[in-house]
Design a protein. Structure first.
Length: 192
């Protein structure tokens, strides 16, 4: 089989697992459910993934890589202010808070991380990397004079990351605030 075929098959399995996880949650989804949803053989799934946790990890890694790419692209544009970068980061998150959004799976990962040490370690790694993206943004903002010179980029990065995750949780749990309202709040906070 070609590399393209193998990659497509792997993605087919991940897409099937994502649909099942969104529909039924991690606990109520078995490997057999993923196999049936993907329409492939048992051997095909186990060729790529040893366990459900491996599938969860692959899905989470893919989303974290997407976020890192987007933030990296934004950070590469020095003409964008920290506020503009944050607004675009929130737009990415907003696009993933709907019924099929990755943030719905993220919440399941957070819950599972509290009871399963392997998922907890995975979540710590992924979210540590994502927080690191915001630390880099804070460092760049400090160098550009958008933050006080004494601001600790690690502290600011952690706070910025929380602003993005907090928005996602509010949207999913309450349906509010809308994206425009949240952007206005970010502008007010980051312009002082």
């Amino acid at each position: 089989m070609s590399e393209a075929h193998l990659a497509a098959r792997r993605q087919q399995i991940l897409d099937a697992a994502r649909r099942r996880f969104l529909r039924n949650g991690f606990h109520s989804t078995s490997m057999q459910d993923v196999i049936a949803e993907a329409g492939v053989s048992v051997g095909a799934v186990y060729r790529y993934f040893r366990s459900k946790n491996d599938i969860i990890a692959a899905i989470a890694d893919g989303y974290a890589a997407e976020v890192k790419t987007v933030l990296g692209e934004l950070a590469a544009h020095p003409e964008l202010s920290l506020g503009e970068v944050m607004e675009r980061a929130v737009e990415l998150i907003d696009a993933n808070t709907g019924p099929d959004g990755m943030m719905r799976l993220a919440v399941q990962v957070w819950a599972e991380a509290q009871r399963d040490p392997a998922v907890g370690a995975l979540a710590a790694q992924i979210y540590g990397t994502m927080r690191g993206n915001f630390v880099e943004l804070a460092q760049r903002a400090a160098e550009a004079g958008e933050l006080p010179a004494e601001a600790d980029p690690k502290a600011v990065g952690a706070a910025l990351f929380s602003l993005v995750l907090g928005y996602a949780l509010q949207r999913m749990l309450t349906g509010q605030p809308d994206l425009d309202t949240y952007r206005q709040g970010l502008r007010a906070l980051l312009s002082t």
